[in-house]
Design a protein around this ligand. Structure first.
Ligand code: C2E
Ligand code: CA
Ligand code: CA
Length: 674
């Protein structure tokens, strides 16, 4: 039967953590970023330069325009005065005659724009001043312009923002009738209106220019962004191609090895193993021949997809070349999990593949190696799995073989455990560690589960998965279980209220001893309040001798202790047991929690069990919570309690700390502080 299970009709499957290729060096990347920054710095500098010109140029052009207008006025006045030398001489001759200048200004058309005019003699002394009242000049501009008397007309512009007139020009006109320099006439010409017109005109021009500039920069920015996006996409594509097999879209051998190495490095302490499988299609040559190459490609793609569908979350798959695939089953406790995977795959391969109108049944062979027993790096593990695969092929295909070494080691270990287990209790090689359980709503610790650890002087840490079954087979579980219970109650009585302790009970303890009497005795002896003790039993306990077991459970319940259903969903019992015994707690097995984020069916089961707990008034604890994503989902479903690496690893209790603080301190190695 077993060999039939081992026999595998297999089709084979894309997910693997992206492998980041070692980039061609820091230099290239910093050069690239420099290039990118230069582009943006260039665009910004150009933009700033154009904006500065757009803002400064109008003022400059207005000034030139006003100067031109003032010079024109000076030239006109000069010409008029030369046309009437008589009047000029008269005007210069006596201060009273200076009024005649008003006439000249009016004649030239500047009557109402001349703010004021001043006459200076050839020594620069003010002789006469007329027109509008005094202008608020900081210094006597006219005197400065008139000393010494200029040879040509001179123009000086004046501009202020605080009072009217805002703009005016001082025109210094030399007075030299008949070539004889007699003095200077300074005319202050109002240019406020002219300046206003120019400012209005250039305001529009500047706005237009700035808008154009903004649009230009926006276009450049969009172009730059598009170019950047294109190059990012290209890079991502390149990285994808570098790590994936083009045909099946699975990780290629290199990427698979990298992820496997990471997984091996993460292997949790003494808890688990990784199974590495090499899968190979039986008689792929014949298939290729029958359906030609494109058909063969389709077979490979389909097999890839089916392998992937048979994996659990976190497992790895890759195409290692030709018709070979590599799979890594991470975090497995025993070989039956490898069997389950193979069975799932075989089940999927029963469905024929339709290629080019033909129905094909594809079968595969597999070789398996285990980490850490058969190797602690990807290369060694893959090599050993390939050796096992060769044997599976040699034996006729459609089967799975384990790498010899691991089989030997597994057998050796079993014999060693059988032999040493008897002595270990007396030698004090066991320890009880505690893993915290948390109330999900308050994020506070509510209790801890007691988990046994075996520290072998030669073989190091031995996981419960390796010795609990042996202890059950040999009956040693009875004294071992008693020891754990006593130790756990002794420890828990020192914990702050209302923290509880959970202790696992094996079916053998029910069969071969009087559990109820033991529990009553230990409670009395240690003084632990019964409601602070929780006993975890599995569904399997309830398959045989149900009446007797139910009677014992009833006696335990009447002592006041709580009874929890452990690993719910993995055993063979049915929901009817829940109706026959009033459990105080149901613990959802970690395989459901692990898979629920990606598998809708698992999610539905978890959600339903939580709802069931509510309606039966039973506390639900989700086991194996490792990620925030899982915790969020459980919170959304209203799960009351959680346990898992996210909340704390199993660890020793720091009783001294608890006694001193008197506060709730995580029992076990908590990550959260309670
Ligand atoms: P269990 O009762 O289901 O205990 C929980 C197991 O899951 C523990 O393994 C714990 O280390 C592991 N675990 C907890 N959180 C996580 C997580 O987030 N991710 C993963 N991957 N694992 C997590 P451990 O200590 O190796 O124990 C294995 C099993 O051995 C226990 O499963 C229990 O069935 C049995 N066991 C342990 N101690 C005792 C004991 O004193 N008596 C009996 N009868 N059985 C025990
Ligand atoms: Ca348990
Ligand atoms: Ca469990």
């Amino acid at each position: 039967m077993l060999s039939k299970e081992l026999t595998a009709f297999l089709t084979v499957a894309d997910h693997i953590g992206p492998r980041f290729a070692a980039s061609p060096g820091l230099f290239m990347s910093s050069f690239a970023s420099l290039k990118k920054h230069w582009y943006w710095a260039g665009v910004l500098a150009l933009g700033a330069a154009v904006a500065a010109v757009a803002l400064a140029a109008p003022a400059k052009i207005s000034r030139i325009e006003l100067e031109r207008e003032a010079s024109l006025a000076a030239a006109r006045l000069n010409a008029l005065m030369l046309q009437e030398p008589e009047t000029l001489s008269q005007a210069i001759g006596a201060p009273s005659g200076a009024q005649a200048f008003a006439g000249i200004l009016a004649k030239a058309g500047y009557g109402d724009r001349a703010l004021r005019y001043a006459l200076y003699d050839h020594n620069g002394r003010l002789v006469y001043t007329g027109g509008v009242g005094a202008l608020p000049l900081e210094k006597d501009l006219g005197a400065a312009l008139a000393t010494p008397a200029p040879e040509d007309a001179k123009v000086t512009l004046y501009e202020r923002s605080d009072a009217a007139p805002t703009n005016f020009a001082a025109l210094a006109l030399p007075l030299a009738p008949g070539g004889d320099p007699r003095g200077t006439l300074v005319v202050y010409l109002d240019q406020t209106d002219q300046a206003k017109v120019l400012a209005g005109y250039f305001g529009w021009v500047t706005t237009g220019l700035l808008l154009l500039l903004g649009a230009g920069i926006a276009v450049l920015a969009v172009l730059g962004w598009m170019r950047g996006r294109e190059s990012r996409q290209t890079k991502a594509q390149l990285r994808y191609l570098e790590q994936h097999d083009a045909l099946t879209r699975l990780a290629n051998r290199q990427a698979f090895s990298d992820s496997l190495n990471k997984a091996v490095a993460r292997l949790h302490r003494d808890c688990a193993s990784i199974a590495v499988l090499c899968l190979d299609i039986d008689n792929f040559n014949k298939i290729n021949h029958a359906v030609d190459h494109s058909g063969g490609d389709q077979v490979l793609r389909d097999l890839g997809a089916r392998i992937q569908a048979a994996l659990r979350e976190g497992d790895l798959v890759g195409r290692s070349g030709g018709d070979e695939f590599a799979v890594a089953l991470v975090d497995i406790a025993n070989l039956s999990e490898v069997m389950s995977f193979m069975n799932r795959l075989v089940e999927m391969l029963r469905r024929p593949l339709v290629v080019a109108g033909k129905e094909l049944i594809v079968t595969v062979s597999a070789g398996a190696a285990l980490a850490p027993a058969d190797g602690e790096d990807a290369a060694t593990l893959l090599r050993h799995a390939a050796i096992a695969l060769t044997r599976a092929k040699r034996d006729g295909g459609q089967r799975m073989c384990f790498y010899e070494e691991s089989m030997n080691k597994a057998l050796q270990r079993r014999r060693m455990v059988e032999h040493e287990l008897r002595l270990a209790l007396g030698r004090g090689e066991f320890e009880v560690v505690y893993q915290p359980q948390f109330d999900l709503a308050t994020e506070r610790q509510c209790g801890s589960e007691a988990l046994i650890r075996w520290h072998h002087p030669v073989h190091g840490k031995i996981a419960p998965a390796h010795f609990i079954a042996v202890a059950e087979d040999t009956g040693l579980i009875v004294p071992l279980g008693e020891w754990v219970l006593r130790r756990a109650c002794n420890d828990a009585v020192k914990w702050p209220e209302p923290l509880f302790v959970s202790v696992n009970l094996s079916p053998a303890q029910f069969r071969e001893g009087d559990v109820a009497a033991l529990v009553a005795g230990v409670l009395e002896e240690t003084g632990l309040a019964p409601q602070r003790l929780e006993l975890e039993i599995t569904e399997n306990l309830l398959i045989n001798d149900t009446e007797e077991v139910l009677a014992t459970l009833d006696r335990l319940r009447h002592l006041g202790v709580n009874i929890a259903m452990d690993d719910f969903g993995t055993g063979y019992s049915s929901l009817s047991f829940l109706a026959r015994f009033p459990f105080s707690k149901i613990k959802i097995d970690r395989q459901f929690v692990r898979n629920m984020t990606r598998d809708p069916a698992m999610r539905a089961i978890v959600k339903t069990v939580i709802a069931l707990g509510k309606s039966l008034d039973v506390v639900i604890t989700a086991e194996g919570v490792e990620t925030e994503e899982q915790a969020d989902m459980l919170r959304e479903f209203g799960c009351p309690q959680v346990q898992g690496f996210l909340y704390g690893y199993p660890g020793p209790v720091d009783t001294s700390l608890m006694e001193l603080s008197g506060n709730v301190t995580p029992i076990g190695v908590g990550r959260h502080t309670a």
